[in-house]
Design a binder for this molecule. Sequence first.
Ligand SMILES: Nc1ncnc2c1ncn2[C@@H]1O[C@H](COP(=O)(O)OP(=O)(O)O)[C@@H](O)[C@H]1O
Ligand SMILES: [Mg+2]
Length: 398
Amino acid sequence: MKLAILSCSPKCYSTRRLLEAAKHRGYPARVFDTLKFSIDLEAGVPDLHYRGREVGNYDAVLPRIGASITYFGTAVVRQFEQMDVFTANGSTGIGNSRDKLRCMQILSRHQIGMPQTTFVRNKSDVLPAIERVGGAPVIIKLLEGTQGVGVILADSVKIAEAIIETLHSTRQNVLVQKFVAESRGRDIRALVVGDRVVAAMRRTAQGQEFRSNVHRGGTTESIELDEAYHDAAVKSAQIMGLRVAGVDMLEGNDGPQVMEVNSSPGLEGVEQATRLDIAGAIIDYLAAQVDFPEIDIRQRLTVSRGYGVAEISVPAGSEFVGKTIDESGLAELDINVLTLYRGTTVIPNPRLKRALEPGDRLLCFGKLEAMRTMIPEKARKKRQPKLKSLPKSAHTPA
Ligand SMILES: Nc1ncnc2c1ncn2[C@@H]1O[C@H](COP(=O)(O)OP(=O)(O)O)[C@@H](O)[C@H]1O
Ligand SMILES: [Mg+2]
């Protein structure tokens, strides 16, 4: 595996450790300054230049994109994706996790604990928003802060309102979030690599500080995660589409409360706290996965007109209940079942002999027209676009 590490700070601990771990394992590796790439676009030949020269062939890219260069950095990663180079974290995952609102929106449809959060813009919506998340003390957060900067704890509703109003007047968007008091000054950082947590630490803030970030002076201790925390961390990283992630969780009374998912987690604090070779674990994982670059399914499917992916449901009383997938007749309708979701269980490539139960959901690839009536009524209604229909001639036949 020939590895390209993208980083604007080649001397920082994490970059040095990753380079060292790759070389130690005999993989040729080089650190590229993310901002020194040129992205060249031409039909059929997506290309990249680095300091005026063509970038050689690399098998894998490990992006370490800082918050200050998200736009350019994700553009470089996206270009590697177009060139079919395996990227440890994809451009979409990095972009989505960078923005705390976007991250929480994406996680919120899944069963993952999170502090109650609202996002408002209108002045008259601010007070009700603070009240909805439980009133003061309340957390106010900038969407793209890091290292604890941009996270404020407001003691009273009046102060909270004033802070939000001030930030809005300077065109800053902010989240209003429930203060998880039982976890005050304490949180958990889980380092996820692939489908497991390779290291976890509890961070504890200093003195009166409520933010436990290492950059705010937080102290660290290595911990073993129980199952709920382990699963919340892995699921969050996977939903965000990140193979390498630092998941921050508060310890709520009802279990883990995910606050954010970091796509370029720092390695220094966690390696020191746990004494584990996390850089090595990342490199080993990449070497094992390098043959499977990200495929943007929607992008690839545009060539198969009339076919697509849809989730169909098996409600109680459905004709499918009690039948096996084989007997359901889906195959005859040109529909393949890719994954079966049953409660919290996920069954990839379900066997044809598996019987369907009420409440099952099937992720299918097939003829869209044949799947139309099988999509749950509510989901279909929600997606009805409120657009005027095009003149008949403009329709492309499916
Ligand atoms: N809702 C909350 N309740 C209690 N503490 C919080 C809450 N949100 C953040 N914190 C504290 O502030 C720290 C920074 O918040 P976080 O959302 O992770 O932002 P950053 O990107 O700056 O690390 C957390 O590690 C935690 O200690
Ligand atoms: Mg954090």
